[in-house]
Design a protein around this ligand. Structure first.
Ligand SMILES: [Zn+2]
Ligand SMILES: [Zn+2]
Length: 144
């Protein structure tokens, strides 16, 4: 499946091929920290298919729990996370962040990974009250 995405500010845009059957929700601590939320939806790019169509990405080199180095690419202006990939000069796959794809509604996670560090509320999240947009009045304890 062909996808295209853009960051929040629009400075960076990109396209790639992905396998819709290989979408995962990643609950690892690094995904929680970098995304600022409880998990991140990811899919591997078909090797060689990713290219930026506008702007240039910046990268942060992290060391994974395994000791592997991974290069985390993001928009230098707005910080939107675009992918995790191999360290410069190394071979490896690109793990694209589905949330910035135009086609994100068509990509459903097929598995949860790194649930060892998942937030315990995530799997009951469908049972709490829902609002179609930001609610006007909130209980004080929620307004943190
Ligand atoms: Zn941006
Ligand atoms: Zn992760």
């Amino acid at each position: 499946m062909k996808i295209n995405g853009a960051c929040l500010c629009g400075e960076v845009a990109y396209e790639a091929e992905v396998d819709p059957a290989a979408v995962f929700a990643c609950h690892c601590n690094d995904c929680q920290t970098q995304s600022g939320t409880a998990f991140r939806t990811v899919v591997r790019a078909t090797p060689g298919s990713f290219r930026t169509t506008r702007g240039e990405l910046r990268s942060y080199l992290k060391t994974a729990e395994s000791g592997n180095k991974r290069s985390l690419a993001f928009c230098p202006n707005c910080g939107t996370s675009v992918y995790g990939g191999p360290a410069p000069g190394e071979e490896g796959y690109l793990s694209l962040r589905v949330g910035a794809f135009e086609q994100r509604d068509a990509l459903t996670p097929r598995a949860h990974v790194w649930t060892r560090s998942a937030q315990p509320w995530v799997f009951e999240a469908g049972e709490v009250p829902r609002f179609e947009t930001q609610p006007q009045a909130r209980p004080r304890e929620e307004a943190k």
